[in-house]
Design a protein around this ligand. Sequence first.
Ligand code: TRP
Length: 331
Amino acid sequence: MEERKVLYSAVQPTNNLTIGNYIGAITNWVGLQNNYDCYFAIANMHAITVRQVPAELRQRTLSLLALYIACGVDPEKCVLYLQSHVPAHAELCWVLNTFTYVGEMERMTQFKDKSARHAENINMGLMDYPVLMTADILLYQSDIVPVGLDQRQHVEIARDIAQRFNNAYSPTFKVPEALYLKVGAKIGDLLDPTKKMSKSAENANGSVFLSDDRDAIIRKFKRAVTDSEACVKYDPENKPGVSNLLSIYSAFSGKSVAEAEKEFAGAGYGDFKLAVGETVADRLAPIQAEQAKLLADKAYLDGVLRSGAERAARTANKTLAKVYKKIGFYS
Ligand code: TRP
């Protein structure tokens, strides 16, 4: 049997996830788990590079885990685990720090953005974030890393660091490739559709969260910006609002954009927006119900994390042992 490629991704348990994350990341993971050896982590160590409320961080960790499982990520098929449960991440990060230049980290776009937004807390962890992410990826000898475009530089640096280490010693790490997911990756804000729908947008009415109830979802879609043309047509340049709603409808209904245009030909924007809202709410309802059921079964979730951490550590420790040997740590 041909060996399957290793796929690695992670998400931070920080803000609420939006329908953009659902379409852009979670549903893709569900599709990928059948074709790759998948490792999916909840990146709580990355999360603390920005100050968190401890009780919320704990709660969001479980809630994210339950959400993934509710969406169809199968803990039997893939290794689903919490980053802080596998000490090898911090250990490899330390070694890789000595193969990373301060100047490189200072030039990272996300570091510069976050430093500007959190000027009162530009901590070493924030600067080291890409090296920890590199450790995440390299520990599992990952072939493929599906991420959003905002993570492009981070995967590039992971490749650079892997090659640097391999050249300094001998082949140790697989050099990973990024996989930029296209499907639904560009869901826009409902109030400002040329901007990406974000988990941390200033106005929460522009983002639809996976935790929103039916009423909130429909209310947000009713308020979505459109235009004065009263014509449901896909034209992102001139009709960004309507086009964004069509993309969302298409992603959640499984119909093509062309089919959707036909379906709403002649409909008013009010009816169109209501239909999009109802479609999204209908699709999320069973997921939310399943998530709530899982969250009520903490023993099950703890079991998933325990087994995930054991399986992750087995792979990670092998890589770490190789690294320690090559750099001359006496064992
Ligand atoms: N930095 C990623 C994000 O915020 C999350 C992440 C942490 C990650 N470690 C990773 C993604 C390793 C891919 C691979 O989206």
